[in-house]
Design a protein around this ligand. Sequence first.
Ligand SMILES: [Zn+2]
Length: 117
Amino acid sequence: MKSKRVLRRAILVRLYDHLLDAYGVDGPREAFVNGQLTVHEIDALLAFKSDPRIDELRGALDRLELGQFGTCIACKREIDQDRLDDDPVLRLCSQCEQLYSHMRVVSHQTTPPGHVI
Ligand SMILES: [Zn+2]
């Protein structure tokens, strides 16, 4: 497991880049990704943005603070570091993700749309 500081930076880099790409937010990047902004200042930058990607990244930051980051929410095993490096917002390990994506496909196929008899 990488240090909290390294993980936090990895999440903040993605958060900042997303803000810049999606909203043109032009804040102090180094201060932002180094975690030198307070939670309050980060929230000010994120204010009023209803964006699932931001929610995911904020959630990852919260889990990091709570010591739950990198733990599969379903089976409580550690999520592979390689996969977290690709996307730090992952909440399921590869096994559970396969299981759940399989379940989603099944439920999609077996649930008929309401207007079809
Ligand atoms: Zn799992």
